[in-house]
Design a protein. Sequence first.
Lengths: 263, 488
Amino acid sequence: MHREITRDPRPKDVYFFATCLVDLFCPEAGMDAIELLEREGIAVHFPENQTCCGQPAYTSGYADEARAVAQVQMALFPEDWPIVVPSGSCAGMMRHHYHKLFADDASLKAKADALAERVFELSEFLLEVLAVQWKESSTGRRPTTVALHTSCSARREMGTHVHARALLDSLPGVTVVTQSHESECCGFGGTFSLKHPAISGAMAGDKADALKESGAETFLSADCGCLLNINHTLQKRKDAFQGKHLATFLRERTEPAGTGDEA
Amino acid sequence: MSAQHPLQFVPAAEFKQRSVDATSDAHLRQSFRGAMDFLMAKRAAQFPDDASLQRQRAIAEAIRQYSLARLPDLLEQLERNLTAKGVQVHWAENAEEANAIIVGIAQRHSAKLMVKGKSMVSEETELNHAMEAAGIAALESDMGEYIVQLDGEKPSHIIMPAIHKTKQQIARLFAEKVPGVSYTESVDELIGIGRAVLREKFMHADIGLSGVNFAVAETGTLCLVENEGNGRMCTTVPDVHVAITGIEKVVEKLEHVPPLYGLLTRSATGQAITTYFNMIGGPRKGGADGKGAELDGPKEVHLVLLDNGRTQAYADEQMRATLQCIRCGACMNHCPVYTRIGGHAYGTTYPGPIGEIISPHMMGLAATHALPTASSLCGACGEVCPVKIPIPDLLIRLRGEATHEARPGHAPLVGQGAARSALMDAVWAGWAALYTRPALYRAFGWLATRFRFLTPPTQSGWTVSRTPLKPAARTLREQLAERRRKTH
Ligand code: SF4
């Protein structure tokens, strides 16, 4: 899962694939992710024609529809730049499932394989490719305690739970606590949450409980789907405890080590 | 309870209702959570070194794939070698045939009582009902199976049949159903009570029935893994031993067994090895002139090889992986859905992730199409499966088969397209139309954000336990465009 990544040469340009959920429901997470990249001196290109990675149809068994949508996305990245995705789930779809969708078509399959090589989840890219060096920003000085919820694709397909955790561990003043059943799914699962609301709701409720009981001030996730699931569960309980996207937290708490002034 | 429910046909709609009931049963939730936590911790303690575990899984997967690739040959070889050792081999295409074969054997011996070691395949065929119908008592002798049978239930887990029951429930059950027993919550005493009942029955049983964990083709050996010794009793004390197994359980060589066995027990109960490992090589030997005759062991041994939909899975390159399963139960122990609804809610012999991928072959998609949808595809099952069955991929595949006609060149599955709905076809066609037309999608985003105040307060299943999803004030792409305008 965890793949070898070469840091040379450091890319100057990247594509940003926002994902449909970030575009419509969590745009601030997308803006923060873009800023994290830009402040490292990277030119971030946002292909205007991007829509959705195709995962909802794929996991629902509607492969033709998923293929059609995936094919539109595959045409969006003509330059040989990395494609950065602020979601382990959608990055997982593009890296690990596109080639399965096109298994019957040699040329599309080859395209999908080549694309997979260029897809990075945001925290993986920051840590492995850019090897970011940060210092705390003025708002990052207040000590805080956070819990990290990693999406199942990030953990089991992408192996990027280690990257998110390492980034957080590197921040002074941030204590990461571990909630019980940390590696268990939050119950989102795309259309699963609509088809089996009782089971999905039970999982989301337990996850919300575990995060709250962890004693963290807030919780973070690198996946918008999980965040929406857990946050809206908490909101329904009229609980003010809410999670935020990892990119937002990192952007708020840090700035590049070589910039700004300490005064 | 779903006790007397015939399980060979499980309408998909009932699964949903049962899962709703189960998730609102706090007691059930708590007891499964506790039990699964315990089993997960036990397994984890057996695999301290992930690299080593991954090597073992790769070997186990290779053995299972190799065996399946040669399945027809291996089954013939197994039959030849078993027959040579005096074992009578029977082939059953479905549950009814298997039951008829076993009832026939029992009737030939005028049997009154059959004792059973733990056999999920006999649960699959609902053998006990068939025996009862023929007037032959069938008694479960595995402690967990004995408990669920006493209560008129089905196992809720393939390794731990009574895992849904508390000590107190078992105490009440014994006090009520076992003559002369008074209420006790002492686990040792409870086990003692069960043992005493069963001991007595072993002595009088005419037939012993068992499952098979591995059937070795080259040597004609049936391997049986167990902890209680009841399996050994069932296979050695009565005069007739009948083993029943699915056709996929065969391996070529004896040396293929240890790697699978080691992973089976560690993955299942977190044991490095079980208390008993039985290798059955045929009936007691006669000694032609009366000399050297063996003095114990069954006089007759039968093996029933059951298909029951397995060849349907076998025929498909991808779905064949389903048959790699060694029935360790780790996928259910680690499944967040199983943990919340328990085994009975599935309404199938095999619950949890393995049940979701194998039941459609056994019972058809018409009855089971809801099962593959009951997963968030979190991948925990595939991660722990000792033989590396790509369970999430197979769930996706079955979702597709349930909602579509067979693809050209593929034989339709039983119940192919049973969940097909014109409405869902239209929904996904509309979805694809939107997401393949970027201009249309942008217009949709623009409208959704402008009219976010129109967001419906109830959104299908989402709002049962969540507040409604509401689009942001502006989409990301609009915010980016805005930023560009400001900086240029
Ligand atoms: S599918 Fe894998 S994990 Fe599940 S019971 Fe079978 S072997 Fe065990």
